[in-house]
Unconditional design. Structure first.
Length: 563
């Protein structure tokens, strides 16, 4: 059922999330003790006030109050929550507020949100209806030249309400029933897609190349793009704001011919081009690609040339030449044999509680004459009669189907008895043979799964053991590495002389070297020369020996010896 809203009898604009700054005066809700809420906090901030400026309980006792300072816009507060009925509070206190401050409204823009929808518990539709009724009563009694701005929350509920209002309040936005019917007849979804990036409008290129692509290099929107099917409809759009109002601009409409599901590009036959249609208050469709709800699709389509709608229908596949015929051996389908009366008569006899068995009915006919079809219709009618709870017919009737041709090579009587018991078991347990076999397979799979879980547990245990050993080896490797580093550092800190001393003590290198030198004539002569130049007492200190060998005294001694 469509809700009929009252029309505002004043200059007005209804929009989603209209900023309070667009108004010269703001009206907001408050409770009877002056508590800060989300709505009044927003307006306080926009108008340069703080929570300390909120009216107190005494100031709100009439059901309304105000704050107004020089160089700041006025805020009027309406008490909607005081422990009493929110509907009545909003209706009475909003009217009294308008009445009290009507002298402020001339030639001003009055910003009014939908109040009482938070703690007050009103629905957006109820709040809107009360607000419009109060504004109209006020204007009827005290006509005032003011511009009313009704701000509707940009939520799912808010957009739905906004759509209903604009459909009803403006003649160029009334739902076109033909468009609605046409959209329902299509097995297709509608998507609003963008075509503007890198500072360029890609619409002309898309139309020329018969494609649409998202223009992002990342994976954004890939999922929804891949979900688009052939014959779905794409609408190229852009959004913008002008004078505080959001707009949706429609540029082209096309039908998807192929989606390769690469998350980026779709092949499209652009059917309706050259468009430049603006739709007020629909600028919230800002995503690069998103599905358009049917109600908004209807509004868009109703503004397009009706003669072009059929271009959006998928192409009709070429009709194939066929030869008329009948399915001669099927027990399903429509009763073209007109056997319904006979079927009903037999079904009532078979199902009646008053009829006492035994009863045997023989049905004779040639191949393909409809025997199986008759039996199926009879079964269906018996099922219907047994479930009508009239008390005339039996309620529990088991149907047993036995095909003797399937048992020609076996014991016929044993087979029919077995079949009777199988079918009765299925009827009693409400399980068909296939279901029983299915459960048996499930049981076997469950057992196998349990075994697999045990094996997995063993493997997990072995894995933990191996990981523990790896951890120990890693720790051991680290310890050895640290010890090696320590020894290397120790070797680096030892002096060369300590190393030499250690080598000498272990291998008696000094004695062996001296022994070799003492046996070498050249070495002995060099020692004699050295003794004459550097006294032997300095030899124990290599540094002093080196310095003395470099000294001038040694130089002169060497010179005079040569002479």
């Amino acid at each position: 059922m469509k809700v009929k809203f009252e029309t505002i009898n004043s200059t007005h604009r209804i929009g989603l999330n209209i900023s309070p700054n667009e108004g010269d005066i703001a009206i907001v809700s408050i409770d009877n003790v002056g508590s800060p809420g989300m709505l009044n906090r927003l307006v306080l901030k926009e108008y340069g006030y703080t929570e300390l400026d909120l009216p107190n309980k005494e100031e709100l006792s009439p059901g309304f109050s105000q704050i107004f300072t020089e160089n700041r816009k006025a805020i009027l507060f309406v008490v909607t929550v005081n422990g009493l009925d929110t509907n009545k509070n909003l209706e009475e206190n909003l009217f009294q507020t308008l009445l009290e401050f009507r002298g402020w409204f001339k030639d001003k823009k009055l910003w009014i949100p939908l109040m009482g929808t938070g703690v007050g518990g009103l629905s957006l539709e109820d709040s809107y209806s009360i607000t419009v009724d109060v504004i109209n009563r006020f204007q009827q009694q005290f006509p005032t030249e003011t511009n009313i701005l009704i701000s509707v929350p940009n939520s799912n509920e808010g957009r739905e309400l906004h759509l209903k209002v604009i459909e009803q309040s403006s003649t160029d936005k009334i739902i076109n029933e033909d468009a609605e019917t046409f959209i329902k007849s299509l097995d297709a979804k509608f998507y609003l897609v963008g075509a503007y990036w890198s500072g360029n409008d890609q619409t002309d290129r898309f139309i020329k190349e018969g494609i649409w692509e998202k223009g992002h290099e990342d994976e954004s929107y890939s999922e929804i793009i891949n979900s688009i099917r052939a014959n779905d409809v794409l609408i190229i759009k852009s959004t913008y704001y002008s004078n505080g109002t959001s707009y949706l601009k429609v540029k082209a409409v096309g039908v998807v011919s192929e989606n390769k599901r690469d998350g980026t590009t779709i092949e499209v036959e652009w059917k309706i081009t050259g468009l430049w249609e603006d739709f007020e208050n629909l600028g919230f469709f800002r995503n690069t690609v998103q599905e358009a709800p049917p109600q908004y699709t209807t509004i868009i389509l109703s503004r397009l040339d009706k003669n072009r709608w059929n271009d959006l229908r998928p192409p009709i596949p070429p009709k194939k030449d066929t030869i008329a015929g009948l399915i001669s051996d099927s027990d399903k389908g429509i009763d073209y044999l007109e056997i319904t009366k006979d079927v009903n008569a037999f079904a009532k006899v078979v199902s009646a509680k008053s009829f006492e068995p035994p009863l045997a009915i023989a049905l004779f006919g040639k191949w393909g004459s409809g025997k199986s079809f008759f039996m199926r219709k009879l079964k269906e009618q018996i099922v219907r009669l047994s479930t009508n709870k009239s008390g005339i017919y039996c309620e529990g009737i088991a149907h047993i189907h036995f095909n003797a041709w399937s048992y020609m090579d076996s014991n016929l009587w044993a087979s029919i008895v077995t079949k009777i018991f199988e079918e009765l078991n299925e009827y009693i347990s409400e399980n068909k043979k296939e279901e029983i076999e299915k459960k048996e397979i499930e049981k076997q799979l469950t057992n196998q799964l349990s075994i697999t879980k045990e094996e997995i547990g063993i493997l997990e245990h072995k894995k933990s053991s191996v990981e523990e050993q790896i951890t120990k080896l890693e720790q051991k490797r680290k310890t050895i590495h640290d010890e090696l580093e320590t020894k290397i550092e120790k070797v680096k800190t030892d002096t060369v002389w300590k190393v030499v001393e250690k080598v000498n003590s272990e291998f008696k290198a000094k004695e062996k070297i001296l022994e070799v030198l003492n046996e070498n004539e050249s070495s002995l002569k060099t020692q004699d020369d050295l003794k004459r130049i550097i006294p032997e007492k300095y030899w124990s200190n290599p540094e002093k020996t080196y310095l003395l060998a470099k000294s001038r005294i040694t130089f002169f001694k060497r010179v005079f010896q040569k002479r």
